[in-house]
Design a protein around this ligand. Structure first.
Ligand code: GLN
Length: 477
C-alpha cells in the first residue's frame, strides 16, 4: 500500500453541508471508511465507479450506473483507497470554473462567491477541505491544474498515455489524461511512482503506453540529473502576458529565485507558438467532443426524452436538446462545423499543424529528447535534418519550464454569469500548450502576501519526466 498523504485537518467542517460548496454529487458529506488504514479518495464524476453512479454533471447521464469500474479506480483501491464520493464538475469536462454543471456550480472554500476552477473543481475542493486525502480528476486542457491553482492545492497532469483512461468518459481522446490532486506534491509522487502505477500498461486502453515503450522512456529519463544543482529551469517569455496579475508575476519571479538559491540555473526561453495554442485547442477539443458525444441519442446511450418522434423533431434531437447543457451544445456545434468539408482545411487541419508546432517548441527547449519522437532512436537522422526536428534553438536547453498556471486569481461566480465562453477560454492560456504536446505538468500553490488566494505556479517537463518534475515541485512547496 502507498504511504498515505498527511492527514488533512478536519476542523471547521462540523456545520458544513453539501449546499455550502456543492463539491460532491448526490451526497451531503464524504463517506467515511470503517478502518483507518489506506487513504481517502474523491473521484471526479466522469470516472466510472462500480458502487456509485457516473453522471458527468449532465442531465443526459442522470442516474447512469456504470457496469464496470475505471482501471485507475481499481489500481487505487488495490493501493488502499477508500472512495469517499463522486465530485461535481463541468459537464463532460467542458469548462474552466465548474459552473457548467447540472448540479449547479462548485464554490471555492477560500472565499465567498468565488469559482473553484474547472472542470475538476469538486475534486480540488474535496482535497482543499480535507474530505479526501487524494482526489482524481481529468485534465484535457487544464482541468486539474486550474482548480488546483484556484483552491491552493497541488494538481498533477501526467504524460499522455501513462495513466489508463479505461472507464473514463472521453471528452477529447487525443488530449484526455487522468491525474491527481492532493495537498502536496510528495504524496502524489509516492502514490503514482512508489507504487508503480506508472509502470502498468492497460490492455483495455489502446492509448496506454505499451510496457516496452514505458521501459524505454524510463531509461531515457534515468539518464537525466536529479539534483537541483544540475538542473536548468526555463522561464517561457511568451507566458509573461499583459493580462497577468502583478501578484502572480511576483510569485513566479520569487519561485524562480527559490530554485536558483537551491542551485538550479534559471534561464529565459522562447516558445513562439504559445499564443496560437489556445486557438488550436479550442478547435481540436470541440471537434473530438462532437464525435464522442454523438452516441448520446437516447437510443444507444443517454436518458431518453419522454416524448416520441414528432413531425420534424425525431427522438434523438428531443433527447439531445433536453439532455445537454448550453456549453456542451456550443462545443458540439463548433466541433461539427470545424469537421465539415467546408471548414475542415481552414480550421481542423490548421489547428493540427499548430499543435505540431507547439510540440516542436517544447522539444527544442528541452535538453532531453522526446523519447517518443527522438528520430535518432530509430536511426532516422536524415529525416531529422530534413524536418529540422533535431535542431535545438538558443544557447541553453532546459530540464523544466516554470510558469504561472493561470493569468489571474479565481473570478467571482457573480462576475462569471455575464461572461461569454470565450472569456472563460482565456483562463486556459497557460495550461493548454502542455496538453497539446502530451507533456507532464503540475500546479503548485505559492502564497501571496495579503491575499487569501495563493498563486498557482506550473512546472512542465519533457515527456515521461513526470517523477523528476514532482521532485522539483516539492522544492517549491
Ligand atoms: N477548460 C478547458 C475546456 O473547457 C479544459 C477542460 C478540461 O481539461 N477538461 O475544454
Amino acid at each position: 500500500a502507498c504511504r498515505p498523504a498527511p492527514t488533512a485537518s478536519r476542523s471547521n467542517t462540523s456545520c458544513r453541508c453539501q449546499s455550502t460548496y456543492n463539491h460532491f454529487v448526490g451526497q451531503d458529506a464524504p463517506r467515511t471508511p470503517e478502518a483507518s488504514s489506506g487513504f481517502t479518495l474523491a473521484v471526479k464524476d466522469n470516472i466510472a465507479t462500480a458502487d456509485l453512479p457516473t453522471q458527468c454533471a449532465s442531465r443526459i447521464l442522470a442516474g447512469h450506473q456504470s457496469p464496470f469500474e475505471a482501471t485507475i479506480v481499481r489500481q487505487l483501491r488495490e493501493r488502499g483507497a477508500f472512495v469517499v464520493g463522486k465530485t461535481n464538475m463541468d459537464e463532460f469536462g467542458m469548462g474552466s470554473h465548474s459552473t457548467n454543471s447540472s448540479h449547479g456550480p462548485v464554490r471555492n472554500p477560500l472565499s465567498d462567491d468565488v469559482a473553484a476552477g474547472g472542470s475538476s473543481g469538486g475534486s480540488a475542493v474535496a482535497v482543499q477541505l480535507g474530505d479526501a486525502e487524494m482526489a482524481i480528476g481529468t485534465d484535457t486542457g487544464g482541468s486539474i491544474r486550474l482548480p488546483a491553482a484556484y483552491t491552493g492545492t497541488v494538481g498533477y497532469k501526467p504524460s499522455y498515455g501513462m495513466i489508463s483512461r479505461f472507464g473514463v468518459v472521453p471528452y477529447a481522446n487525443s488530449l484526455d489524461t487522468v491525474g491527481v490532486i492532493a495537498k502536496d506534491a510528495e504524496s502524489i509522487r509516492s502514490l503514482v511512482f512508489d507504487t508503480g502505477i506508472h509502470k502498468e500498461n492497460d490492455p483495455n486502453d489502446p492509448t496506454s503506453l505499451p510496457t516496452a515503450s514505458r521501459e524505454r522512456c524510463s531509461a531515457a529519463v534515468r539518464r537525466q540529473p536529479f539534483d537541483l544543482s544540475g538542473l536548468t529551469i526555463g522561464i517561457p517569455l511568451e507566458y509573461n502576458i499583459q493580462e497577468l496579475d502583478p501578484s502572480i508575476r511576483e510569485a513566479w519571479d520569487s519561485a524562480a529565485r527559490t530554485l536558483q538559491k537551491q542551485g538550479a540555473q534559471v534561464v529565459p526561453v522562447s516558445l513562439p507558438t504559445t499564443t496560437e495554442a489556445l486557438c488550436a485547442y479550442y478547435v481540436l477539443a470541440p471537434a473530438e467532443a462532437s464525435s464522442n458525444l454523438a452516441k448520446y441519442d437516447g437510443v444507444r446511450y443517454g436518458a431518453r426524452s419522454e416524448e416520441r418522434d414528432g413531425p420534424g423533431e425525431p427522438l434523438y434531437s428531443r433527447t439531445r436538446g433536453a439532455g445537454f447543457g448550453d456549453e456542451v451544445k456550443r462545443r458540439i456545434l463548433l466541433g461539427t462545423y470545424s469537421l465539415s468539408s467546408e471548414a475542415m482545411d481552414n480550421y481542423f487541419i490548421q489547428a493540427q499543424k499548430v499543435r505540431r508546432l507547439v510540440q516542436r517548441d517544447f522539444d527544442r527547449v528541452f535538453r532531453a529528447e522526446n523519447p517518443l519522437q527522438d528520430p535518432r532512436q530509430f536511426d532516422l537522422s536524415d529525416m531529422a535534418e530534413a524536418t529540422g526536428m533535431a535542431d535545438k534553438h538558443g544557447p541553453v536547453q532546459v530540464d523544466f519550464l516554470l510558469s504561472p498556471t493561470a493569468p489571474t486569481f479565481p473570478p467571482k461566480l457573480s462576475e462569471l454569469r455575464g461572461q461569454s465562453s470565450v472569456d472563460a477560454f482565456m483562463n486556459d492560456v497557460f495550461t493548454v500548450p502542455a496538453s497539446l504536446a502530451g507533456l507532464p505538468a503540475v500546479s503548485i500553490p505559492a502564497p501571496v502576501e495579503g491575499s487569501v488566494f495563493p498563486a498557482g505556479l506550473q512546472l512542465i517537463g519533457q515527456y515521461w519526466n513526470d517523477e523528476r518534475m514532482l521532485v522539483v515541485a516539492e522544492k517549491l512547496q
